[in-house]
Design a protein around this ligand. Sequence first.
Ligand SMILES: O=C(O)CCC(=O)C(=O)O
Length: 299
Amino acid sequence: MPAECVAYKTVHRAAGSLFPVLTTEAQRLLFSLTEAQVAEYRARGFIKGPRVLDDHQIAVLAEALERVRTGDHPRLNELYEIDEAYTRAPGENVFHFLGAWMIEEAFHDVLFHPAVAVPVSQLLGCSKVRFWHDQVFYKPARHPGVVAWHQDYAYWTRSVPARHLTVWIGLDDSTRENGCVHFVPGSHRWNLLPKGALLEDMEAIKQRLTREQVAYFMPEPMILRAGECSFHHCMTLHGSYGNTSDRPRRAVVINYMHPDSRSADGTNPLLLHTPIIPEGEIIQGENYPIVYDSSLRLA
Ligand SMILES: O=C(O)CCC(=O)C(=O)O
């Protein structure tokens, strides 16, 4: 079947061979985080992760991204969303879309990549890891587009409880100059702040913080090489400034959740084109695959 017809979301394992498949305990150990890394994540709400993509994997993902960005893709109507802020004002807002996993094999297979899924299971503290959705953030060269300070969970309250985690993977080196993500240490213990426009206003958050939160608002830049990743808790406050460099800054973002997460909205689809899940029921089915189960025995 030609790739442009494959219903990737019905395939709950890697469809191709771009990423390794976990077969041995030794491999699992290799992909695991240390106890110190897990402790740092719990204390601060984010950590720098390892390099999870090699140059070839980066190139394949970047090509797939380009097919979507240029509009040169026969299945764009299957995506969950292309951010309307970009559609309205592409010269001001970054290109942000959700759902590439359903239309591009590399975006589908990276969800199952053990270098990503094994650490996520450790950080979520559960043996099974459930996929929630994916995102791409593309900051063109010399572009003012920001990602405003936010907690991811502010956009996800329709899935409960807040036991979600985000993996951010760079397809380029990310630096202060090109608008790397900044994280506020300890903010994962804050209350849920009201959400604002994701792509538009870097200063808006200040009005929503208490005086104490303002005092602890000390963002740290996450400087990464291409192919490296970071992990952050769904309540961790983060954002990123514009790209003042001569090259785009591209990121693949994968959002995972606890396998027992439940629907908190029985009247609307949790994601576009997906069936309604009655309130209180576990979020599961073909749109939300289990990508890893640490209880499976390996050689
Ligand atoms: O790539 C960015 O600048 C923002 C990413 C982000 O908001 C996220 O990973 O949750």
